[in-house]
Ligand binder design. Structure first.
Ligand code: B4P
Length: 188
């Protein structure tokens, strides 16, 4: 099965994806993690991505696509995967559709995590990662509203979206996701 997690910065995509990927026995592919690893390794992709991440902007689509395309070719993705934080723009979503259609494995479901901005801000400030300064967080919210939210309509029209209340504790959110996955008959 091919799943996507979408939601604003700090919604808990990474937190819940770690659990869900092991529950469903599919690999967890986080573009945020991949980009941070590239920055850490000081690779060419990392050098290009660094400033965008630090400013709370999206890394250009072609760079992210290159990473995702290569990762999906790996053996462990043959039976499905969970994409966390990708796609984040309509352009990325369309490129993903083309890529998956070439593979003959269309998306099974898009899970949207919803949390209000005050709570998101608090979670991110508490986390304190390098790109979690108040100014960068505001930029990331702005980018989410303008560039990522249009995906909700795009996937809604394809009848692929399931919205999940992400505002409770980690355990409560996990339960909501478990129920959603069961309703879709996606359990391993
Ligand atoms: P990401 O790494 O995707 O980061 P995120 O949106 O901030 O986090 P996430 O929703 O996963 O929250 P988490 O579980 O960590 O992106 C970072 C940057 O990378 C982007 O700004 C962009 O520059 C770049 N990027 C990534 N993908 C890209 C793409 N496709 N295209 C272009 N650029 C891209 O949770 C946050 C905190 O809340 C954690 O501390 C967690 O412990 C806590 N938390 C989680 N759930 C909680 C709960 N229920 N209750 C209380 N706290 C909770």
């Amino acid at each position: 099965m091919q799943l996507v997690f979408v939601g604003p910065p700090g919604a808990g995509k990474g937190t819940q994806s770690k659990w869900l990927s092991s529950f469903l026995a599919i690999p967890h592919l986080s573009t945020g993690d991949m980009l941070r690893a590239a920055v850490e390794q000081k690779s060419d992709i990392g050098k290009s991505a660094q400033d965008f991440i630090q400013d709370g902007k999206l890394v250009p689509d072609d760079i992210v696509m290159e990473l995702v395309d290569a990762r999906l070719d790996e053996e462990d993705c043959k039976n499905g995967f969970l994409l966390d934080g990708f796609p984040r723009t309509l352009e990325q979503a369309k490129m993903l559709d083309q890529l998956l259609s070439r593979r003959g494995t269309p998306l099974s479901l898009v899970l949207e995590l919803t949390v209000d901005e005050n709570q998101l801000l608090q979670r991110l400030v508490d986390r304190g990662r390098g790109d979690d300064s108040p100014e960068t967080i505001q930029n990331r919210f702005h980018v989410y509203r303008n560039q990522t939210e249009p995906l909700l309509q795009y996937y809604g029209e394809k009848d692929l979206i399931k919205s999940i209340d992400g505002s409770g504790s980690r355990e409560e959110v996990r339960e909501h996701i478990r129920v959603a996955v069961r309703q879709e008959n996606l359990e391993a």
